[in-house]
Ligand binder design. Structure first.
Ligand code: BES
Ligand code: MN
Ligand code: ZN
Length: 489
């Protein structure tokens, strides 16, 4: 979508839709009054007739019939208390209110850096649709392709930067969604790695792709154990964005299970049908590093994704098997459906030893238990670092994503003790998201580290607010905000 700043007045702007926020039908803004006069002064009657009460998200769409330059006026109920939330609501409503209309002009209740960024991001993510596999007439024609932010000075360098940030983040979110939505027969470890390499090389970012041979040579036996049942090779991809003068290095690690059947401990069909989403952590990781590079953030950002399928082939790993991790610890396999932590264990250890970053953040659709605890619109956040948890929470607020800090409860650590090996990879019946995090913790050593279990919000059966059905791109926007906060510090 093309999004532009415009200093044209609401009545004069040339767009299919003029989209205006309204907090209350009785106390109206100057803009609403102006539009009412131009349309003939009967808005109050129309709304009464229609039952439009300007409740947040409620929409009233009227034809302008040549009385103003735009073809339609769309009034959108907004809270009226938070300019950023209003901008998001307005933008989202604009993408949903367009049927055959291609362009929209948004009248923001307040023009500033944050509202412009929020509007741009919400416009570009709100217009998202996954249409790759629809053919012929069944392919949707696509909604809005052009938007204007009215009253935003196109010459303001601050607003231009905010617009760009919104667009870049939205692009990264939408790319993550595309990757998650892609069917697992087409998006498998090999093709996923190719796409990541291609996108990284477009930006000139150094990229390394590892296959089975390299993983074997390094000794990443936990990662390889998961891959044993699959007919497709695993891939580990490392992309580095290292701007000159960066004083901090953050490494993002992503779980990239392009399909999780559960392996020999096979999932029931109802739990398996969405398991193409099990690479959403890796997809977010891809989006984050590309966005950081496009925004030229002054922080070094590394992205490492571990990609494989978890299948049931003749060579599949079994409950009872023991493998030696890259770290040297032996791990007894309990349930082959707890595969993500095995892949991550080796990738985390590799990241710690090879890159020695100041901070490691992993994104993973790791446990169903996390969804039991927090529902499917919120991710779990684990870290021992209170300051980091606080800073990430602030970033999430700005990005309009929801996390909840969970405890790395040492009380549960003994559930990972094995009678024959150093560790087992699954704990007891309770606290499944916590014990998964405790397992990962064994492989990060003394590194500063945060684990984000995004099993809930990464993929949705139906849309919820601004989150679409299918892949959501969850995690990207918060991570970018967090990196920006480091840059400002
Ligand atoms: N990929 C799943 C977790 C998951 C579930 C993600 C639902 C998204 C939606 C993970 O690999 C898994 O199967 N975890 C098991 C662990 C258990 C066997 C200890 C689970 O949560 O049931
Ligand atoms: Mn699994
Ligand atoms: Zn999984």
């Amino acid at each position: 979508m093309r999004i532009q700043l415009s200093s044209d007045s609401p009545l004069a702007i040339d767009a299919d839709l003029l989209v205006v926020g309204i907090a209350s039908t009785s106390k109206r803004s100057v803009d609403v009054d102006k539009i009412d006069r131009a349309l003939g002064g009967s808005l109050a009657d129309w709304w009464k007739d229609e039952g439009f009460e300007a409740k947040p998200g409620q929409v009233s769409k009227l034809p302008a019939r040549g009385r103003i330059k735009a073809r339609w006026v769309v009034f959108v109920g907004i809270g009226g208390k938070d300019a950023v939330a209003d901008a998001r609501g307005l933008a989202h409503a604009a993408t949903k209110a367009s049927s055959r209309q291609k362009s929209a002009a948004l009248v923001l209740s307040e023009v500033n850096v944050e509202s412009v960024r929020a509007a741009a991001e919400a416009l570009a993510t709100g217009a998202y649709e996954y249409t790759t596999y629809k053919t012929g007439d069944r392919k949707p024609k696509g909604g809005l392709s052009k938007a204007f932010l009215v009253g935003a000075d196109p010459k303001s360098s601050e607003l231009k930067a905010a617009l760009k940030a919104g667009k870049v983040v939205a692009e990264a979110v939408n790319l993550a969604r595309d990757l998650v939505n892609a069917p697992p027969n087409d998006l498998h470890p090999v093709t996923f790695a190719d796409i990541f390499r291609e996108e990284a090389e477009k930006l000139g970012l150094p990229t390394t792709v590892w296959g089975k041979k390299e993983l074997e040579k390094a000794g990443m036996n936990l990662f390889l154990a998961v891959n044993r049942g699959s007919a497709i090779e695993p891939r580990m991809v490392h992309v580095a964005y290292e701007p000159e003068g960066a004083t901090q290095k953050v490494a993002f690690v992503g779980k990239g299970l392009t399909f999780d059947s559960g392996g020999l401990c096979i999932k029931p069909p109802k739990s398996m049908d969405t398991m193409k989403c099990d690479m959403a952590g890796a997809a977010a990781t891809v989006g984050i590093v590309l966005a950081a590079a496009k925004l030229k953030l002054p922080v070094a950002v590394h992205a490492i994704i571990g990609c494989t399928e978890n299948m049931t082939g003749a060579a599949a790993y079994r409950p009872g098997d023991v493998f030696t991790s890259l770290d040297g610890k032996t791990v007894e396999i309990i349930n082959t459906d707890a595969e993500g932590r095995l892949v991550l264990a080796d990738v985390l250890a590799w990241t710690r030893d090879t890159l020695a970053p100041d901070l490691i953040i992993d994104h993973a659709t790791l446990t169903g238990a996390c969804m039991v605890a927090l529902g499917n619109y919120r991710a779990a956040l684990y870290t021992a670092d209170d300051e980091l948890a606080k800073a990430y929470d602030a970033a999430a607020g700005a990005a309009d994503e929801k996390f909840w800090r969970m405890p790395l409860d040492e009380d549960l650590r003994s559930t990972l003790d094995s009678s024959i090996a150093d560790l087992k990879h699954v704990g007891g019946p309770y606290g499944g998201s916590i014990t998964a995090a405790l397992f990962l913790k064994e492989f990060v050593g003394k590194s500063r580290w945060m684990h984000l279990d995004i099993a809930g919000p990464a993929f949705l059966d139906g849309s919820h607010g601004r989150m679409p059905r299918g892949g959501t791109g969850f995690g990207v926007a918060t991570a970018v905000r967090y990196l920006e906060s480091l840059a400002g510090a």
